[in-house]
Design a protein around this ligand. Structure first.
Ligand SMILES: Nc1ncnc2c1ncn2[C@@H]1O[C@H](COP(=O)(O)OP(=O)(O)OP(=O)(O)O)[C@@H](O)[C@H]1O
Length: 313
């Protein structure tokens, strides 16, 4: 009895296999034949071949059009709507930006033009009468006459030693000229000008903020012991005591947030300045994008102890 049941089960199993094989072969014949003659079978065959799904998005012109005024669309806020409600595509005339050169590709002629421009390139605000008054005085400084030479040397060299008489404009003018070249405000970078004394750092920062027609503590600031008058993300030029910069270098040896470091009054050879100079000499090899300017009074036999300065490149 049991044997008969097993036998019947085997026969049924074989029959099922044969039937499955038969239908499979039949389907293959139909699909091959139909692929040439029937579009329905062709689509069936395609579906079998495909191992992925394609989601078809509607064409842009088939999408329902939303009539929203341009001014209400937050994604088009950069396009000013004119009176007719149409987007204006002429930013060149609306925003008269005086700075058009890429960072560190500037020459003195371009900078002079930018200085005379109605708009301040560092805050996009019109220059005040006070700025024009101070600019007239700045033009009389020796550094203004030697701007061409300065930009040529600054652009071509990574490290620059600048010697100038007292009152020639090293502390107040050089950092400003570097700002025009580096454009730190457009790149989220900072220019540091070191000073050995806190009082001098704060006084010069105030003067330079006035000369640049920007806000002290916002665009131009200072960082001295117990007082940090800078706004992270907004300040692009800071007067900092050499001790403070040295302290910062302990936390960030690459001084990553700076694009140019100006060591002013380097001839005073304070301990912090000397250590900074050694650090910067080393850092210049690691960071080719970092520029270093060392400001000193005219080098004489008595104070020419600068043989340890990095070689000119
Ligand atoms: N706070 C200020 N108020 C008015 N004029 C200033 C002020 N600071 C600087 N100046 C003027 O700006 C000019 C340039 O000064 P700056 O300090 O840049 O010269 P310097 O070459 O760095 O001199 P030093 O070697 O003595 O530091 C000077 O002639 C000075 O009269």
């Amino acid at each position: 009895m049991l044997r008969r049941k097993v036998h019947a089960f085997r026969v049924q199993g074989c029959l099922a296999v044969y039937l499955a094989l038969f239908f499979f072969v039949l389907f293959e014949i139909v699909s091959v034949y139909g692929a040439q003659h029937s579009s329905y079978v062709r689509s069936l065959a395609r579906r079998r071949e495909r191992s992925y799904y394609v989601v078809h998005l509607p064409r842009p012109d088939l999408r329902p059009r939303i009539s929203m005024p341009l001014s209400d669309n937050p994604y088009l806020a950069h396009m000013k709507a004119n009176k007719g409600g149409k987007a204006s595509n002429a930013p060149a005339q609306a925003i008269r930006k005086p700075i058009l050169w890429p960072p560190r590709r500037v020459n003195a002629k371009q900078v002079r033009k930018a200085m005379e421009h109605d708009l301040n390139p560092f805050n996009d605000k019109p220059h005040t009468p006070q700025y024009k008054k101070l600019l007239a005085r700045r033009k009389q400084l020796p550094i203004y006459a030697q701007m061409d030479e300065f930009y040529k040397m600054f652009t071509e060299n990574q490290i620059l030693v600048l010697e100038g008489e007292t009152g020639s404009g090293k502390s107040t003018q050089i950092p400003q000229l570097v700002c025009y070249s580096d454009l730190p405000h457009t790149r989220g970078k900072l220019i540091a000008c070191t000073q050995p004394r806190s009082v001098v750092a704060t006084t010069i920062a105030k003067r330079v903020a006035d000369e640049m027609d920007v806000q002290l503590g916002e665009h131009v600031g200072y960082s001295v012991q117990f007082e940090d008058m800078t706004s992270p993300g907004t300040t692009f030029l800071t007067y900092i005591t050499d001790e403070m910069l040295l302290r910062e270098a302990m936390g960030d040896p690459r001084l990553t947030r700076y694009s140019t470091i100006i060591l002013d009054e380097a001839h005073e050879r304070s301990l912090a300045t000397d250590i900074l100079m050694a650090l910067l000499k080393d850092l210049a090899r690691k960071r080719s994008d970092l520029k270093i300017v060392i400001c000193v009074p005219p080098l004489t036999q008595s104070n020419s102890r600068h043989s340890s300065l990095p070689p000119k490149r």
